[in-house]
Design a protein around this ligand. Structure first.
Ligand code: ADP
Ligand code: TMP
Ligand code: MG
Length: 204
């Protein structure tokens, strides 16, 4: 008879993915609040590029926030997690960290840490936005959220960039390609709207 051994040293990868306005940050905050009540040692990480609100918070589009440690890249994130003894690491805006985030996160999970990775899985051109698709493939648990289409009210999987003159084209031949990480892409309701499949008009 085969016996199944459990290895308490392994953590867990949880993913919260979706377009802008889908409630990703709200869901991350809900999970962090629950963990905090349960006495779990939590590190909440935000990216320093996101200057929409106080850098030392994760903030939703309606202004609800929780304290966070803002870091500017994967190396700085590694320093933060190595300096503490965290059971749970919750990362907001994972798309800003790029693909180098994947080995850091899988390494943390291998040492027994539960990691929540939350971010955009699609760019404003409508293409997959790494590293979120990779995390979705590797996770124990994936929550894929949708927003509300601002034209028809149906489920929105996409977001349309509405900044004049900001078009990039799918091959990124404009000002800054959609898969590039750039401060000019940071924004909220003034720069993006949620769109369903029918009403999303990617720049071709
Ligand atoms: P995300 O981090 O996914 O961009 P947030 O958690 O910051 O989203 O904010 C979600 C909130 O945004 C919703 O609960 C709602 O109050 C608000 N909101 C504004 N526009 C929309 C929209 N088009 N669809 C859904 N929610 C929206
Ligand atoms: P949100 O998921 O909390 O709405 O935040 C998404 C952030 O990412 C916001 O600052 C806008 C930015 N962004 C990009 O950098 N590139 C993109 O392709 C899109 C759609 C948003
Ligand atoms: Mg958010």
């Amino acid at each position: 008879m085969t016996t199944h051994q459990t290895n308490a040293a392994w953590g867990r990868l949880e993913v919260i993915a979706g377009p802008m306005f889908s409630g990703k940050s709200e869901e991350l905050m809900r999970r962090v609040r629950r963990a905090t009540i349960a006495g779990v040692e939590v590190a909440v990480i935000s990216h320093a590029l996101d200057t929409r609100a106080d850098l030392s918070t994760v903030t939703s589009h309606i202004g609800v926030n929780i304290p966070a440690i803002a870091v500017s890249d994967v190396a700085a994130l590694a320093e933060v997690v190595e300096a503490g003894d965290y059971d749970l690491v919750a990362i907001d805006e994972a798309q800003f960290f790029g693909p180098e985030l994947v080995p850091l996160v899988t390494g943390l999970v291998a040492t027994g840490v539960t990691v929540i990775v939350e971010g955009l899985c699609v760019t404003f051109d409508g293409d997959p936005f790494e590293p979120m698709p990779t995390f979705m493939a590797l996770a124990e648990d994936v929550l894929k959220l949708t927003a509300v289409c601002t034209i028809c009210g149906r489920d929105a999987v996409f977001h349309q960039r509405i900044v004049a003159g900001a078009e990039t084209g799918r091959d990124g031949d404009g000002p800054v390609g959609a898969t590039e990480i750039d401060p000019s892409h940071v924004g909220g309701l003034e720069s993006y709207v949620a769109r369903c499949r029918e009403h999303f008009a990617p720049i071709s």
